[in-house]
Design a protein around this ligand. Structure first.
Ligand code: GLY
Length: 376
């Protein structure tokens, strides 16, 4: 197959998204079961991905019906911005792909206001002793989450870098830089794999323990966490131009690429036991899609010769996701790419389409078709 697959994949995305827009509408899909996306409350961390996907497709088609749905999703999330106990560090994901996307594409002043408010609330989660942005509030399984930081939060930092550029106030950027430096120290391992969760003493800033979180074990290598690191570190390099962040991004990229299987769709944790059956070895297409977007961006910053490695790996993953994992031959399926693993330790959403996998697949395919506007 020559390069025609890129255009074909984009057409598949556009056609299915037009249909999905009529089926899903102003809602917040998360995981698709039996062909149909299950909906979540707008408070769930995945709320931004469907409107973000609509903005990505709108930017290439100018179909106003997609824009209208994305705007209405953004408005529906407004109640959260006045109730800080409802939202956590994931507000970066949530408002980057709604308000910031809207502002970057249309110049909407109300969206700019919302994105800046989200950036203010996100920066208020910074713990000055441990140099980390606090992840969750108290509701996730632990009585006290004030000391928890997670690798995923790297993807929330672009909202802070943007807020500094937009306002001329460097405070937001200072917080993002201190968080990413903390990640280099405590999350990135020597071999380029990453920790999912680090727990600090929120009074003293000392590290208390390192946990497996959504991975298989504390010392395993949760594939989506590795993917958040590849893309998140590369984005931090984009804004800071700090060479040690670039080197860390490359290290995580090499680990990710070298752990891909022949079919290029990652297993959900690169260190699950080889059990010879599908007890542990579920695929996670979402990790592949996220990492592919990171690799394509990393290729722009890598030196001559190296750039090809990242570009080629990103393209290969996206091609495999389209050819082998997409629902191109299943009109009834709402998800764009199959084979995502949401939360293996909780045994939820295994081997199904996930809205964030779909979003990053759309972002990656759009880039391969010439889209240069990153919402991050
Ligand atoms: N941020 C949660 C996840 O990646 O599943």
């Amino acid at each position: 197959m020559n390069n025609n697959w890129k255009k074909e994949a984009l057409n598949f995305i556009i056609e299915k998204t037009e249909v999905n827009n009529r089926k899903i509408g102003v809602n917040f899909p998360h995981a698709s079961h039996d062909g149909k996306y299950k909906l979540e409350n707008e408070q769930w961390w995945t709320a931004g991905f469907w409107p973000g996907l609509l903005w990505k497709v709108y930017s290439q088609t100018n179909d106003d019906s997609l824009k209208i749905t994305a705007e209405q999703c953004e408005e529906k999330m407004d109640r959260l911005l006045t109730n800080t106990e409802c939202i956590d560090h994931d507000m970066g994901f949530m408002w980057t792909l709604t308000s910031l996307a809207n502002y970057k594409l249309t110049g909407n002043k109300e969206s700019r206001r919302r994105a800046l408010l989200a950036a203010n609330l996100l920066s208020a989660r910074f713990n000055t002793e441990g140099n980390y942005i606090r992840a969750w509030n108290a509701w996730i399984g632990r009585k006290d989450n004030s000391g928890v930081a997670i690798i995923d939060c790297l993807m929330n930092l672009p909202l802070l870098y943007w807020a500094s550029e937009e306002t001329g106030d460097p405070r937001f950027k200072h917080i993002a830089k201190r968080h990413v430096n903390m990640v280099l120290e405590h999350f990135i391992r020597e071999d380029g794999s990453v920790q999912h969760m680090v727990v600090f003493d929120s009074e003293t800033g000392e590290v208390v323990e390192k946990l497996g979180g959504q991975g298989f074990a504390p010392n395993s290598a949760w594939a989506r966490g590795c993917a958040w690191a590849v893309y998140g570190l590369t984005l931090s390099y984009k804004y800071t131009k700090d060479i040690k962040i670039l080197n860390a991004a490359k290290k995580t990229a090499h680990y990710f690429i070298s752990n891909l299987q022949d079919n290029k769709c990652p297993v959900w944790d690169f260190r699950v036991p080889e059990d010879g059956e599908k007890k542990y070895r579920y695929p996670d297409s979402s990790a592949g899609a996220i990492a592919a977007c990171g690799l394509l961006l990393l290729s722009k910053y890598a030196g001559e010769f190296e750039d090809y490695i990242y570009k080629n790996a990103g393209e290969e993953i996206l091609k495999a996701l389209y050819i082998e994992c997409s629902s191109k031959d299943n009109e009834k399926e709402e998800g764009l790419i199959m084979n995502g693993t949401g939360h293996f330790p909780e045994q939820t959403n295994l081997d199904v389409p996930l809205i964030y996998g779909d979003y990053y697949f759309v972002e990656g395919i759009s880039i391969l078709n010439g889209d240069e506007l990153l919402f991050w």
